[in-house]
Design a protein around this ligand. Structure first.
Ligand code: ATP
Ligand code: MG
Length: 656
């Protein structure tokens, strides 16, 4: 614990110190990734409390996750400041609501709804719709979006049209489910998560006596990650603050990656207009990453467009030079995964702790091939924000169905006419509602489809590696892989989606699968969606302290058509590429530096090589349609690896 209040300011740079000393009036900190914004506001509160300027009980610090709130309380304690409320919007509102409900409404606060999705299912059933679990999750997510953007059912269709959202259902139908769901909640006197904020807002708006009471208690407000604030949270914040102005917000518009949940950086970017007297501090010194990593992050932002990009801040690394980012191109995904696992193993051998290494990808279904490669290499790992591939509900369900089909064998009418292993898998999965054509848009239905598509690919690869294998062999293989993945691990390498990596940092970061179709993801269509994808890559790059690797593969599987291209976001940044808008071809302005692209066909005799050798040695296989599995005879079709009749969406959606 620092001995004096002034000692709390030690270890802050001049701009961070300015933030810590601006204890009155509105303060807005516009800060890039890794510039110490969380550190600056934590020290600000601690300094104010230790110097006797802020009464701890009157300070409300708001963060977006319980983990972040807990971390802030911990840091405050270390700095000798106790008694400050550090909470999420939700927990702060719930506390107030419980306190004021008897006076404002009478009786006890209604019970919090535990099984929201079940009630949405009931509402859908009343609208004569039977939705499966994943469709329900998507519809539920959409209702949540409507509520946090304060959109009532009647206004929902217009809001969809205005924001160009990919609604999971016809907007008129969704509005009907939404309104029925609200009615059901009223009938049963239960409230949901969003109602906690909505009801608090309603009471503070209508009851001035109660609003005054709350304002009497809290006089200083601090909000971290302000770029992620939803319109509803902003409304609540406005009511808390009232006509006072002791509000300090921190954010980075370039890290807005949750706009699909209603978050918007507009509040951050409009802060100065709303609070003309605000102290605005910009932090540009990056304490997290090496100059090389920061150079690439700046390069990515320099190509960004849109409102957030107009406010980008050039970061200046405070660290010593480190290694150049590694750009690596592989012939196919197994090569990419196995080379990545090999590099991870080398780093660990060189002394980098496994817990300081992360492999980040765009969608969770990409994890499987990396889980496998790490398991093969004997490297411990853990998944963040997602279930391990073989533990996902849909993969477990599919496994059960495949086991059942393997037992039923040839007598099962389902398998009639299915002449090869992958076609049998497709046939079994079709009973689980899996279609070869990907569902439109993003969300749980799409995630489930992606996992099952990954399972089909796994079956195809297994069939290629082991010609003549049966469904029973496949089931055994799946069980073995699941068991290998299941091994408990401590402090392993982190596998995470880019979304789940936000706010975290590692010594070494591998950004993998950086192909068009994955980055940007195929369903990102509008310029806004594309820009959010670019910000996602920026978030990924800025997680790295020292080592950064960016990789992609040209085909999915060994021997497949090399039709993929590296992400457009690295054009002009990776060596040998041309900047967007620049004329001329190869050799254009690669500003990323570094030793060129590692065409990682692999020199060492790793598992990837053994696997591809096995592929080369196998007897020539008939070429089959990648969608329906039919054996192809037409030369044109064979080249495409797809029949004329089969849709190409699957390839395009998945592989760009
Ligand atoms: P993000 O954008 O990812 O949320 P942030 O801006 O909140 O990042 P912090 O997490 O506060 O950044 O800090 C990033 C890293 O830099 C941390 O490891 C922190 O300890 C370190 N750091 C911040 N400020 C300083 C400083 N003045 N001197 C030394 N290290 C610092
Ligand atoms: Mg932070």
């Amino acid at each position: 614990v620092p001995e004096t209040p002034d000692a709390v300011l030690d270890g802050l740079d001049p701009e961070q110190r300015e933030v810590a000393l601006a204890l009155h009036g509105p303060v807005c900190v516009l800060a890039g990734a890794g510039t110490g914004k969380t550190r600056a506001i934590t020290h600000r509160i601690a300094y104010g409390v230790r110097a006797g300027i802020l009464q701890p009980a009157t300070v409300l610090a708001v963060t977006f996750t319980n983990r972040a709130a807990g971390e802030m309380r911990g840091r405050l304690r270390q700095l000798g400041a106790t008694g400050v409320q550090a909470r999420t919007f939700h927990s702060a509102a719930l506390r107030q609501l419980q306190y004021f409900w008897p006076k404002a409404v009478g009786g006890e606060l209604p019970r919090l709804l535990e099984r929201k999705v079940q009630l949405v299912a009931e509402a859908a059933a009343r609208c004569e719709l039977r939705l499966d679990r994943n469709e329900l999750r998507d519809v539920t997510g959409e209702i949540e979006w409507a509520k946090v953007t304060q959109t009532v059912p009647a206004d929902y269709p217009a809001a969809v049209a205005k924001t160009q959202r990919d609604a999971p259902r016809d907007p008129a139908v969704l509005a009907q489910i939404y309104s029925t769901y609200e009615q059901l909640k009223r009938d049963r006197s239960v409230i949901d998560f969003e109602d906690v904020l909505l009801l608090t807002v309603g009471i503070l708006q209508d009851r001035h006596d109660i609003a005054d009471h709350v304002r009497g208690q809290y006089q200083h407000f601090v909000v971290d990650e302000y770029q992620d604030v939803s319109p509803l949270q902003q409304r609540l914040l406005d009511l808390w603050v009232g006509d006072r102005d002791n509000l300090c917000v921190v954010g980075d518009a370039s890290q807005t990656i949750y706009s699909f949940t209603g978050a918007t950086p507009d509040h951050l970017l409009n802060f100065r207009t709303r609070h003309p007297g605000a102290t605005v501090v910009k932090l540009v010194r990056d304490y997290r990453s090496t100059p090389q990593v920061v150079h690439l992050a700046n390069g990515l932002l320099s190509q960004a467009r849109g409102r957030a990009a107009d406010h980008r801040l050039e970061l200046v690394s405070q660290r010593d030079k480190g290694p150049e980012p590694v750009y690596a191109e592989y012939p196919d995904e197994p090569h990419e995964a196995e080379a990545t696992a090999r590099r991870v193993r080398d780093l660990i051998a060189a002394g980098v702790p496994a817990g300081e290494i992360a492999i980040l990808y765009r969608v969770n279904s990409q994890s499987e091939v990396y889980e496998q490669a790490l398991a093969d290499a004997g490297v411990p790992y853990q998944l963040r924000g997602a279930e391990r591939f073989f533990e996902r509900a849909e993969v477990r369900e599919a496994g059960t169905a495949l086991r059942g089909a393997a037992r039923a064998g040839r007598n099962d009418s389902l398998l009639d006419g299915a002449e090869d292993l992958a076609a049998q898998v497709r046939a079994v999965l079709s009973t689980k509602g899996w279609t070869t054509r990907p569902p439109a848009g993003s969300g749980a239905v799409r995630d489930r489809w992606e996992s099952l598509a990954a399972l089909v690919r796994l079956a195809e690869d297994f069939e290629t590696a082991k010609p003549g294998a049966t469904l029973t062999d496949l089931v055994r293989e799946l069980d073995e892989r699941a068991a290998a993945q299941h091994a408990p691990t401590v402090q392993g390498v982190t596998l995470a989606s880019l979304h789940a990596a936000k706010g975290l940092e590692w010594d070494a970061v591998f950004l993998v699968g950086l192909t068009e179709g994955m980055m940007p993801i195929a369903y990102a269509k509008t310029e806004e969606q594309i820009e959010e994808e670019r910000r996602l890559l920026y978030v990924g790059v800025t997680r790295a302290r020292h080592h950064l690797s960016l990789s992609w593969s040209l085909a999915r599987s060994p021997g497949g058509r090399a039709s993929r291209r590296p992400t457009r976001f690295l054009n002009g940044l990776r060596p040998g590429s041309t900047a967007p808008g620049a004329r001329g071809g190869a050799g254009g302005g690669g500003t990323g530096g570094g030793g060129g692209i590692d065409r990682g066909t692999g020199r060492s005799a790793g598992a990837a090589e053994r696997r591809s050798e096995a592929v080369e040695r196998r007897p020539r296989q008939p070429v089959r349609c990648r969608v329906c599995g039919r054996t192809l005879t037409d030369a044109g079709e064979m080249k495409l690896m797809r029949c004329e009749e089969c849709p190409s969406d699957m390839d395009e959606a998945l592989y760009g």
